[in-house]
Design a protein around this ligand. Structure first.
Ligand code: FMN
Length: 363
């Protein structure tokens, strides 16, 4: 990880401010916005603010080891790059910059069906690290199957099925700003996976998405016939759904509310995590995303049973602020923060982060 701060970014807040100044206003609204009144978007951060940590002292913390494994692959730290669409809107290299920086940092990264670069180009940019492909289930079965086969052929090590977007939520800010992502952002995985701009009632359908709105749990069985890649189900918030996912063969689930971009009124992911861990934690890995910004957030999620956490918007900020060097800087800032909070709580290994780390929540 780089020690050389591009542009002197010292915190994630610096990256966010630089990105806000650089990104076109409609793109910025698309990145930052959430669904409805953004209650869930705010709730994600509030939940981390409410949780407290119980530090232990004098445990000898001169060496802190962040390494862990995710679905068996060694990684340098218990966080990863979550899939986000259209990274080319934030910097010219788009996903290639993300792939190079996360690979150099030894971290897992996940790439969206709606990437601006093709999944093969992304794979070629950073061949040697664990990399996963995120699938939006295409209504055309052949299109979906071809994507899955391409991902397996290109060396992606898991297939992440995102299930919290059977349709696009009403995102007030995005609708108002009218982001025209259909126009400037080419879809790297081919024209098949994206529908042309069209007006959807009510009114704001410039940003459209092709997903199989009729999909049910048996889709996981079909995916397992198409590929030997492990399946990860992204976007579960209940123990019941996590159980369904695992019963249908998922090896892992991601507790996510899509960064507050889908169901406004959904719980914060930190609140939903315990019931998911209780339901499937013995049979599958559980990850969390949505609102993770600090080392203390990472430790709280791990203490509640997550194996790793994902970062969405911060990677987009970093891309806008400094491209590949910006993402490298983000990942190293977070790694230093995680290591610092581990030392301050008396934990020198990821395995030592357990429930005894959690204090009473502030209500
Ligand atoms: C601009 C943007 C685009 C996204 N695109 C996708 C996507 O294509 N596929 C997907 O599964 N999730 C997508 N997500 C959700 C992220 O994977 C992740 O769940 C979320 O951003 C985490 O919350 P955070 O932004 O607070 O870190 C997107 C999020 C953002 C902000």
């Amino acid at each position: 990880m780089t020690d050389d701060p591009p542009g002197g970014f010292l915190t994630l807040g610096d990256l966010e401010a630089a990105a806000a100044a650089k990104a076109p206003p409609d793109v910025w609204e698309f990145v930052q916005g959430g669904a409805g009144e953004e209650t869930t978007l705010r709730g994600n951060r509030d939940a981390f603010h409410r949780q407290t940590l119980r530090p232990r002292v004098l445990t000898g913390v001169d060496r802190v080891d962040l390494r862990t494994t995710i679905l068996g692959s060694p990684v340098a730290a218990p966080f990863f790059v979550a899939p986000t669409a259209y990274q080319g809107l934030l910097c010219a290299d788009g996903e290639l910059a993300t792939a190079r920086a996360s690979s150099a940092a030894g971290l897992l990264s996940v790439y969206s069906t709606l990437s601006t670069r093709s999944l093969e180009e992304i794979a070629a940019a950073a061949p040697e690290r664990p990399r996963w492909f995120q699938l939006y289930l295409q209504p055309d079965v052949d299109v979906a199957r071809r994507l899955v086969e391409r991902a397996e052929r290109a060396g992606y090590r898991a297939l992440v099925l995102t299930v919290d977007m059977p349709l696009l939520a009403n995102r007030d800010r995005q609708l108002r700003s009218g982001v025209a992502v259909d126009g400037p952002a080419p879809i790297g995985n081919g024209p098949d996976v994206h529908s042309p701009p069209r007006a959807l009632p009510p009114d704001g359908g410039r940003f459209t998405l092709r997903v199989d709105t009729g999909a049910t749990w048996d889709v996981l069985d079909r995916l397992r016939e198409w590929t030997r890649l492990p399946l990860v189900v992204k976007g579960v918030l209940t123990g019941e759904d996590a159980r369904q996912a695992v019963d249908h063969g998922a090896k892992a689930v991601i507790v996510s509310n899509h960064g507050g971009r889908q169901l406004d009124g959904a719980p914060a992911t930190l609140e939903a995590l315990p019931e998911v861990v209780a339901a499937v934690g013995r049979d599958a890995e559980v990850y969390l995303d949505s609102g993770v910004r600090r080392g203390s957030d990472v430790l709280m999620a791990l203490a509640l049973g997550a194996r790793a956490v994902g970062l969405g918007r911060p990677v987009l900020w970093a891309l806008a602020a400094g491209g590949e060097a910006g993402v490298a800087r983000l990942l190293s800032l977070l790694a230093v923060d995680v290591a610092t909070v581990m030392a301050l709580t008396g934990r020198t290994t990821v395995a030592a982060i357990d429930r005894s780390l959690l204090g009473t929540p502030r209500w």
